[in-house]
Write a protein that binds this ligand. Sequence first.
Ligand SMILES: Cc1ncc(COP(=O)(O)O)c(C=O)c1O
Length: 376
Amino acid sequence: MTRYRNTWAEIDLGAIRYNLKQLKRLLPKDREIMGVVKADGYGHGSVEVAETLIEEGVRYLMVAYLEEAIKLREHGIKEPIFVIGRVPPQFAQTAVDYDVELNVFQAEWIKEALEHGFDGVLSIHLEFETGFNRTGIRSLEDLREIVKQIEAASGKIKIVGAYTHFATADEIDSEHYNHQKTTYEKMLKELNRLYKGPIMTHIGNSAAGIQYPEDMRQFTRFGISLYGLYPSKAIKSLNKVTLKQAFSLFSELIEVKKISPGEYIGYGRTYQAEEEEWIGTVPIGYADGWPRALQGFHVLIGGKKQPIVGRICMDMMMVKLDRPYSVGEKVTLIGKSGAEEITVDDVADYLNTINYEVPCMITSRVPREYVNRKVD
Ligand SMILES: Cc1ncc(COP(=O)(O)O)c(C=O)c1O
């Protein structure tokens, strides 16, 4: 497809392949990876990432919403897909039709899904609430009630998985993690007592998978680490795995000019030149997910840091240049330029947020271009 604009995100699928290999190496041999591609593959492109993971042997995917699962199916992805969000019970039929597995944690949900009615068999994972308090079955009593309702549905609903999610696996202190793990095991024991049939188990995200690989159940739900980002600075400092960032963001100068001392830049005149200065205009703005809060941060041009001056507009921003560059000169917003690099973590730190948010916040208005570099 023609790219008309001068701004693009470059996604290195080679880095994703590399990260997958490193994570696999960490886990005991008999464990598998569920590739988390929700939020359009954390902004990297869910279809392209899913296809890459599948090529490399991943045989389970996870998304957050039914729409995200349908998109994968419509692109020909056949592997099992687990949806962690609460899909409204009236869409059970859609889940069956698209062969998508749902997260269930309420007896009421089962009742409503059966009342709406659906043809075929619905596959579900039960979520155990163990200390995160987002969604999940809160007690053994609630678990028994849910299993009772499933048994009463005469084979229309099949439990295929049982899982939980950790609140603090990205911290070094393991107390709460251990509490959650023990609670999960207790609930799983009860489920195995009540329900006959193979149930796949999965508890860990990237942080748990990297920090406690031996504890991981059949599957580990790796998200952020597949994209080459560490779930926290604490996990990175463990030095257990080397990851390669897959996301870069580039643009090109569309105007270069010399301004005089005393001239202002942009909305609100928040920047005033003290001397003669070279100013470049870059076609990216907050509607692309490059927020106004990045005023004062920098980009790289010609391997050098160039500060963002004045307010970031909806579609453009201005940078102060160390010398006159040509229109069309490459601008690196995230990635490498010469010996310099701006990482996703650098942007996250400047915004006082976590790296997860950065590729997710770059909107679909920024085209994703794919490369497949070999990482050695
Ligand atoms: C239930 C669940 N599992 C796994 C993940 C993947 O987590 P991470 O990206 O930290 O690997 C998420 C992400 O938010 C999640 O909500």
